[in-house]
Design a protein around this ligand. Structure first.
Ligand SMILES: Nc1ncnc2c1ncn2[C@@H]1O[C@H](COP(=O)(O)OP(=O)(O)O)[C@@H](O)[C@H]1O
Ligand SMILES: [Mg+2]
Length: 353
């Protein structure tokens, strides 16, 4: 399936409902063929950003580009975009093949070509055998595949996916994630903007992740960058499970709950307050560098791992450990450690206004 690759560019896009700004001077570029995840909590403006690209909402200011084309004033059907929303939105009275053909009919594509493109799109999504069924005769996962096939049938240069897996159960979701990755390999030129509040989906699928918080872009980078070296507390907590420990900068590192911690302070001023980000799975049990001692508050067995909640001087430190043979018990004294390279120092207090 060929597509004109184009990429997406938000140029200072602001959207307001009744004077309420829900997307605030939003700048973001999705390169041709790139998968960009828009990750953020509910209400942060993700769907609004997607609708601005699709043309279903008009920016109060700013421009939207697809490749070199300024599409801000174009109606949705002239933008060459495929879109899939959370609730599938299939036409219940139409068979699968008619659903998939819908956008092509609307565009007055010749009949023979419609047949070919519908077959191709159903093939791509593994739904070839279901062409004659109605949506009610399909499972949720199958309906979602049809919705994706319908979006692909017009051979869009840009595919917009709004929480496409959120209506599926966990096991199906994981399978569909793998399917979406395969689909992208087969359509390497299609730019994808993928809205989700699920960090695993974003980490798994995206070339880059744009983190949104209260109508604004908070951070943008590769999954690895955001996970390994988040720029702020919000990003650290939203991308991956993190301990965010209040610390004070010292001469050789930081001080936390009376313990001296070695870490690269990146020139932070001595005596300054800061936040130390340490991923749960990078905390080890027992003695080692950067040692913390505390009392076990809680232990959860999670199948392949144990999660420990340890009270260290009145602060909670969490550790995810490979399943322990001889786990400590509630109230036990526990020693934890982490490598200096596995901690990232973040500025304190810039997060909440
Ligand atoms: N049609 C609308 N009219 C008024 N407010 C809206 C409308 N659509 C969204 N909003 C508001 O805009 C904000 C952002 O919504 P949305 O973009 O849907 O967030 P997200 O997709 O991140 O959950 C929310 O506060 C929401 O209530
Ligand atoms: Mg949404």
């Amino acid at each position: 399936m060929s597509a004109t690759s184009s990429g997406i560019r938000f140029d200072s896009v602001t959207v307001a409902y009744d004077g309420n700004v829900v997307l605030d001077t939003f700048d973001l570029t999705v390169e041709p063929g790139e998968v960009m995840a828009l990750l953020g909590p509910s209400g942060s403006g993700k769907t609004t950003a997607l609708r601005a690209v699709a043309g279903f909402v008009r920016p109060a200011s700013g421009r939207v580009f697809l490749g070199d084309r300024d599409v801000t004033d174009l109606p949705p059907h002239r933008r060459g975009i495929g879109m899939v929303v959370q609730q599938y939105a299939l036409f219940p009275h139409m068979r699968v093949e008619e659903n998939v053909a819908f956008g092509l009919r609307a565009r007055k594509v010749p009949r023979a070509e419609i047949r070919e493109r519908v077959a191709e799109a159903l093939d791509l999504t593994g739904m070839g055998a279901y062409a004659r069924r109605h949506p009610r005769e399909l499972s949720g996962g199958q309906q979602q595949r049809v919705a994706i096939a319908r979006a692909l049938a017009i051979r869009p240069g840009v595919l917009l996916l709004d929480e496409p897996l959120s209506a599926l159960d966990a096991q199906l979701r994981s399978g569909m994630l793998a399917e979406l990755a395969r689909l992208h390999r087969e359509l390497p030129d299609v730019s994808i903007l993928y809205v989700t509040h699920d960090q695993v989906e974003a980490l798994t699928l995206a070339d880059r992740i744009a983190v949104m918080d209260r109508a604004r872009l908070r951070a943008c980078g590769t999954p690895r960058e955001l996970y390994r070296s988040p720029a702020d507390e919000f990003t650290a907590s939203f991308v991956g499970g993190a301990n965010l420990l209040p610390v004070t900068v010292t001469a050789g590192g930081v001080s936390f709950a009376g313990a001296d911690i070695k870490v690269d302070t990146g020139g932070a001023a001595r005596g300054a307050s800061a936040v130390l980000c340490v991923r749960r799975h990078l905390v080890g049990l027992g003695e080692g560098p950067n040692q913390l001692t505390g009392t076990l508050e809680e232990i959860q067995w999670r199948g392949s791992t144990h999660r420990l909640f340890v009270d260290v001087g009145g602060h909670r430190v969490m550790a995810d450990l490979r399943e322990l043979r001889d786990p400590p018990a509630h109230g036990d004294a526990v020693t934890l450690h982490f490598a200096p390279d596995d901690a990232v120092l973040l500025p304190a207090g810039v997060d909440h206004d």
